[in-house]
Design a protein around this ligand. Structure first.
Ligand code: PMP
Length: 405
């Protein structure tokens, strides 16, 4: 086997390394062109504003939006908060009901909990149960049935960060448009990986993040529809009225430039990169089943229309996921999602699929990305096979002695 550098990083849903071409684009804006984009009286400010304007245009064009519909934030967490709390605060008199899905990211679910605590009614739709090629999906009719006269917002993520599932947004968008209800989508995992166009998806609000697309951390954005229908939002960050008053705070010029360059690169390369990642992912799944055995797929079928190309989520029988990763430190993966594993709770996404607790506990999430190679996939298979075989020889609650099985 060719030697590969370890630890092998296959946790690209948690974050991605910044592409060197992105770093090159950002560097001038830390030193020579360091101006504040809001400074209107000198060249430093003008240069920064020009760079931000160019980046705004690039990002808007990439998702089929207009530049004045992009609000820069610190990341998708802030964008999700701004979308959900911003609409709810604005629409208090119009209605008090929000619809979302059980498998959303915590940065959607937690603001919804906060709204519920102040008296807002929140409907969380259940998803298609496992095993099913559509496990994790909601049916558009569920949204249609849940919408009421007082519904102010529907929030459905485009692609899930744990099981890579792609929700049927265009159909949901059509339903929301017909009923005159705003639709928000968290596209943090989808942007740059699958085509994203705000009109085709039928969304009014769309969250995205720099560090999931080989750009920097701490920068993201929210698309807020202004044309054809104007979305009204209550700002959540008050101050110097940047970003049309929707998000105050000095703009992160290098971050914005980097995120735009990162998105440009993703889109330039998507046609070759998506099938390359899907092939690596499929080989990984086949290899796990051949070399390890008792490997179950979590989430939808490995098909391009159902699942992100670089995502794989499996449960490995008789092995605790966390123990496995700690005993195989040459690979960098996660169990469930990195965000919720900071709290070390079982994955709410896998639970929502109806998986039993042992299967949730034995889950591993792979996120293949731009810098992963076929050699790395083979090396990971080898490393995991060795670690699993060692662990399966030991007894544990997940691997009881034969008499208790
Ligand atoms: N939504 C999804 C689907 C995500 O995967 C993440 C990152 N784990 C976020 C939101 C939060 O993004 P950020 O880290 O930019 O705040």
């Amino acid at each position: 086997m060719t030697r590969v550098a370890t630890p092998i990083y296959m946790d690209n849903h948690a974050t991605t390394p910044v592409d060197a071409r992105v770093v090159d684009a950002m560097l001038p804006y830390f030193t020579g062109q360091f101006g504040n984009a809001a400074s209107t009286t000198h060249a430093y400010g003008w240069q920064a504003k020009e760079a931000v304007d160019r980046a705004r245009q690039t990002i808007a064009a990439a998702i089929g939006a207009q530049p004045d519909e992009i609000v820069f934030t610190s990341g998708a967490t802030e964008s999700n908060n701004l979308a959900i709390r911003g609409v709810a605060d604005q629409a208090r008199r119009r209605g008090n009901h929000v619809i979302s899905v059980a498998t959303e990211h915590p940065s959607v679910l937690d603001p919804l909990k906060k709204l519920a605590a102040r008296g807002c009614e929140v409907t969380l739709l259940p998803v298609c149960q496992s095993p099913n090629p559509h496990a994790g999906h909601i049916a558009p009719e569920q949204v249609a049935e849940a919408i009421r006269d007082d519904t102010i917002l529907v929030s459905v993520m485009l692609a899930n960060n744990e099981i890579g599932l792609i929700q049927p947004l265009p159909e949901i968008g059509q339903i929301c448009a017909d009923k005159g209800v705003l639709l928000h989508t968290d596209a943090a995992q989808a942007l740059g990986k699958i085509p994203v166009n705000v009109d085709q998806l039928g969304v009014d609000l769309l969250s995205f993040s720099g560090h999931k697309i080989y750009g920097p951390k701490g920068i993201g954005g929210l698309y807020v529809r202004r044309h054809r229908r104007r979305v009204r939002l209550e700002p959540q960050m008050l101050g110097g009225r940047h970003e049309g008053g929707l998000r105050s705070g000095t703009l992160n010029t290098p971050g914005i430039v980097g995120m735009a360059r990162a998105l440009e690169l993703c889109l330039d390369e998507i046609d070759a990169e998506a099938p390359r990642l899907a092939a690596l992912r499929n080989r990984l799944f086949d290899g796990l089943r051949e070399t390890i055995g008792d490997v179950a797929l979590n989430g939808p079928a490995l098909l391009p229309e159902l699942r992100l190309p670089g995502n794989l989520n499996v449960s490995i029988g008789q092995v605790d996921g966390e123990t496995l990763l700690l005993s195989a430190q040459e690979v960098a993966l996660s169990t469930g999602s990195a965000c919720s594993s900071a709290r070390s709770e079982p994955s709410h996404v896998l639970e929502a699929l109806g998986l039993d607790p042992l299967r949730v506990q034995s889950s591993l999430r792979f996120g293949l990305g731009r810098f992963n190679t076929a050699e790395e996939v083979e090396a990971v298979l080898h490393i995991l096979a060795k670690a699993v075989s060692r662990l399966r020889k030991m007894t544990s609650p997940l691997n009881p002695p034969p008499s208790r099985r």
